[in-house]
Design a protein around this ligand. Structure first.
Ligand SMILES: NC(=O)c1ccc[n+]([C@@H]2O[C@H](COP(=O)([O-])OP(=O)(O)OC[C@H]3O[C@@H](n4cnc5c(N)ncnc54)[C@H](OP(=O)(O)O)[C@@H]3O)[C@@H](O)[C@H]2O)c1
Length: 342
């Protein structure tokens, strides 16, 4: 490595392992989980690259993770943050082809909220010049998940249900569904977002706080017959929605935005109506999907961002040095991603 500093500024985790709680991706005070630190510059091993950060995004998975509530353990003293965009400034053996490229990346063991990040070369996607750094910061986790999950829905019918539809991922799935000639049924918390969801492509929008929401959904379900429920909330209303779906329906749980644990109330639906409850995790999709198929999906994702069919809505921008102080407040704003810059 030449012309690189020996140390870097990073927002690091202050806990190890798992917490055993399930409180959801909300923060009262970021300093309960994070601290500022000057740490040694990491060094890329075989198959890895060192990236100088341009932008990182804050996803719900980052918050689950720093609180010890995600599918992998924390390591105290290492940087937080999974996803971002930056320039490859050094490479390990076998990753030389990425030297000098601007890439979107996912840092497998976290580490994106730092001036420099090590990532596996396989988890880096060279970016087209017409993709902005801010779109580049949210180019992998949500867009690939949207493509993979709408594919699940497309295989089994015209209509599908999306909860937390105002999330970045929900919006991507509604517009993709519309573009593919499908009928997304969107569930939202805020009534003032209904028109936005319709304009993005939802065929129907239900406000979950409406006392009549479950009955309204039953009517929509009888009419549109959605077979797949792509659910990031997973609360009791989700269970009611699943119960009101037709024979063979699949409840695909991919997030846990609500801290409420739903109860199953109608086991006969699994037995007699061939319904299924399952999970989706992008990490598993990436391990199981052949590289050629992943490349096709990545090319389509970049094309959609480049021509404006998809965009990253941004609610707040923080520098790395603002994160510990400002992240909790920044996350209280709806309708967009918090973007971190060095
Ligand atoms: N399994 C996977 O591989 C995978 C991959 C990517 C993302 N995800 C999951 O997908 C979900 C969305 O991610 P994102 O990055 O698109 O999120 P995001 O843009 O940060 O948006 C989250 C939105 O969800 C809504 N929300 C929050 N808490 C809620 C609750 N208790 N009930 C209903 N709605 C709630 C809020 O919108 P309002 O204020 O408008 O209600 C919030 O703005 C997250 O759960 C994330 O973990 C999973």
């Amino acid at each position: 490595m030449t012309n690189l500093p020996d140390t870097m500024f990073a927002v690091v985790q202050t806990h190890d392992g798992y917490s055993g709680t399930a409180t959801g991706p909300t923060l009262e005070t970021a300093s309960d989980w994070l601290a500022e630190a000057e740490v040694p510059l990491p060094s890329p091993g075989p198959g890895q690259v060192l990236i100088q950060l341009r932008t990182a995004s804050v996803n719900p998975s980052d918050i689950h993770f720093i609180k010890g509530e995600y599918g992998q353990p924390r390591v105290k003293g290492t940087a937080a943050g999974f996803e971002g965009c930056g320039d490859v400034v050094a490479t390990g053996a076998g990753a030389e082809a990425l030297q000098g490229q601007r890439v979107a990346f996912v840092a497998a063991g976290a580490g994106a909220w730092a001036e420099y990040v090590v990532a596996q070369a396989q988890m880096c996607i060279p970016l087209r010049p017409d993709i902005s750094d801010e779109d580049g910061a949210a180019q992998i986790v949500n867009p690939l998940t949207a493509m993979a999950m709408v594919d699940i829905a497309r295989d089994v019918g015209d209509a599908f249900v999306v909860s937390a539809a105002t999330s970045q991922l929900g919006k991507l799935m509604c517009s993709l569904g519309r573009d593919l000639g499908l009928k997304p049924i969107a569930l939202v918390r805020r009534a003032d977002t209904v028109d936005t969801l319709i304009s993005l492509g939802a065929a129907e929008v239900l406000v979950t706080g409406d006392p009549d929401a479950a009955r309204q959904f039953a009517d929509i379900s009888a009419n549109l017959k959605p077979r797949v429920f792509l659910d990031a909330v997973a609360d009791q209303l989700s269970e009611q929605i699943f119960c009101a779906m037709p024979n063979g329906a699949r409840w695909v749980c991919y997030g846990k935005l609500s801290s409420e644990l739903p109860k199953l109330t109608q086991m006969g639906q699994l037995i007699f109506m061939s319904k299924q409850i399952e999970g989706f995790w992008l990490t598993r999709w990436m391990m199981e999907t052949p590289p050629a198929d992943q490349l096709r999906v990545v090319a389509e994702v970049q094309a959609r961002f480049a021509d404006g069919r998809w965009k990253t809505d941004i609610s707040e921008r923080l520098t790395l040095r603002d994160v510990v102080q400002g992240l909790a407040d920044a996350l209280k704003k709806s309708d967009g991603k918090v973007i971190i810059t060095p």
